[in-house]
Design a protein around this ligand. Structure first.
Ligand code: PMV
Length: 340
């Protein structure tokens, strides 16, 4: 009873922060994103009826392994709840062994939980013999992934540019494709300025969001934004997408910074890149914009034609430690290449 899945992380343009329902993990609006081909999680899951306990290990891009326990934070607990949920649905009793390998830093705002939880659910259901019901139907897969605790993970269930639809109930909230990966040759250069795990995980941050005095203002602001962003993607309108995505980033971070306790993710490195991008936009006229998830690292979006120019300019920013070059990617898939 073993299976392996590969899932990409994604970068959100209209972002998910805060929830309508904390049990069903229902977001407060439709959110959308692009899958990233260089930020992948490969996860092998094996179930065995003679095992009493679960063993979960996550390894990052430099081979650092972390044993995950149910006593960990919210993010770690989501993994064990997900294993329990899958076992219950499959009427299986026994333990699981999970090994997840990522190609990028973990917990640093590059959507490691999106890639990791999505691959866990795909591999888990395939290992339990529920591939047809739960994995091969991408809408149902996306609902199941959302229940693992991450809406961003649910967006990785489909290829390319995707959106997770807003609904007030479980059935209505699922992911659909906006466009396939080859629709638009956008490039996401992730400027890594911090590798360490953030203090407030997104799993916890969602519970804090409505403590911000700007929460209601964000809800008003979000109205119609996902539709406009979808149009910008379909029309390949770079400037329209740039404005929507940058505004949404700053709007979301205003909520993060003002929640109690606050989730202040920006560092001096983040600001260095934001100011550099502002000057490239204003003084050079390069097609480039920023977007930032729950972390310090900056996703720098440009087109294939400008990839080398932006890469070079980013390399000259003193606080950039490394750059991950991403093209739009396919979503979750099952593979025969097991890690163990
Ligand atoms: O889905 P989660 O719980 O990993 O939260 C994602 C939060 C953001 O990355 C900040 C936004 C998003 O929509 O990806």
């Amino acid at each position: 009873m073993k299976a392996t899945a590969i899932s990409p992380a994604n970068i959100a343009f209209i972002k998910y922060w805060g929830r309508l329902d904390h049990q069903l993990f229902l977001p407060v609006s439709t959110t959308n994103s692009m899958n990233l081909d260089a930020c992948l999680a490969t996860t092998t899951v094996e179930f065995n009826s003679s095992w009493k306990k679960d063993q979960v290990v996550i390894a990052d891009d430099i081979g650092q392994e972390r044993k995950v326990t149910p006593q960990g934070g919210q993010k770690d607990q989501n993994i064990f709840h997900t294993l329990d949920r899958m076992r219950k649905l499959a009427k299986f009793k026994g333990g699981a062994k999970v090994y997840s390998k990522l190609t990028f830093p973990v917990g640093a705002g590059i959507a490691s939980s999106a890639a990791g939880l999505s691959a866990l659910v795909g591999a888990g259901y395939a290992a339990l013999g529920l591939r047809e019901q739960k994995v091969d139907d991408p809408q149902e897969l996306s609902r199941e992934i959302r229940l693992s605790g991450s809406v961003s993970a649910a967006r990785s269930s489909h290829d390319g540019f995707t959106e997770h639809l807003f609904a007030k109930n479980h059935q209505g909230a699922y992911t659909v494709q906006i466009a396939p990966p080859n629709h638009w040759d956008l490039v996401d250069l992730v400027a890594v300025v911090a590798r360490q795990e953030k203090k407030i995980s997104s799993a916890l941050g969602h519970e804090l969001a409505d403590s911000s005095p700007f929460w209601n203002a964000r809800l008003d602001y979000l109205s119609g934004k996902a539709t406009k962003t979808k149009e910008a993607i379909l029309q390949k309108d770079f400037l329209k997408l740039a404005k929507l995505a940058q505004d949404d980033t700053l709007n979301m971070h205003a909520v993060m910074m003002t929640s109690t306790p606050r989730a202040l993710y920006f560092t001096a490195g983040t600001m260095q890149i934001l100011k550099a991008i502002e000057s490239w936009q204003d003084n050079e006229g390069w097609p480039v914009f920023f977007t930032i998830d729950a972390g310090a690292n900056v996703h720098v979006i440009t087109t294939q034609d400008f990839k080398d120019v932006i890469y070079k300019a980013l390399s000259q920013c003193s606080m950039v430690q490394s750059i991950l070059v991403n093209n739009p990617a396919i979503g979750l898939r099952i593979t025969d290449h097991h890690i163990f």
